[in-house]
Design a protein around this ligand. Structure first.
Ligand code: DQA
Length: 141
């Protein structure tokens, strides 16, 4: 059987994982965790990682892979709560999206409670730390 093509897309400030507010987001860098995920699923998944702090670059990437990949695991960071353009990008492509948040956004500030991404996602994984990305990959297998 051919491998699934899955991309993890991280939005703004998630390049700082490991350094950024570790009491909320933990001590591991995403690059370290990505290697763990790649190894774990190497027999079944072609796993790719993309991160950008720029809304337009995230949209361009979704357009680029959104008709050929099997899955998009998306943590849009703060754009989750602001970006109609990202929501439209997800609605406009064929590849299904699983929305991930490392922290439990519902335990945090009110402005984090609304997501523009959720409506166009097949599911949402919130509050399980970096393991949420692992759970999201499993939903495509
Ligand atoms: C986040 C939650 C967002 O509210 C925040 O802006 C982030 C990270 C999370 O993974 O918990 O940057 O998406």
């Amino acid at each position: 059987m051919s491998k699934k093509k899955i991309i993890i897309i991280n939005g703004p400030n998630l390049n700082l994982l490991g350094k950024r507010e570790p009491e909320i987001y933990g001590h591991q860098t995403f690059e370290q965790y990505f290697e763990v995920l790649k190894d774990k699923y190497s027999d079944r998944v072609d796993l790719v990682y993309f991160q950008s702090n720029h809304e337009g670059f995230l949209i361009d990437k979704i357009h680029e892979i959104g008709f050929s990949y099997d899955g998009i695991v998306l943590n849009a960071g703060a754009f989750t709560h602001t970006s109609i353009a990202l929501a439209d990008a997800i609605a406009g492509v064929k590849t299904p999206v699983v929305e991930v948040h490392i922290s439990n956004v519902h335990k945090r500030e009110e402005f984090r409670h609304h997501s523009y991404i959720s409506k166009n996602s097949i599911g949402i994984i919130i509050g399980f730390g970096l393991r949420g990305y692992d759970f999201a990959i499993q939903t495509y297998l």
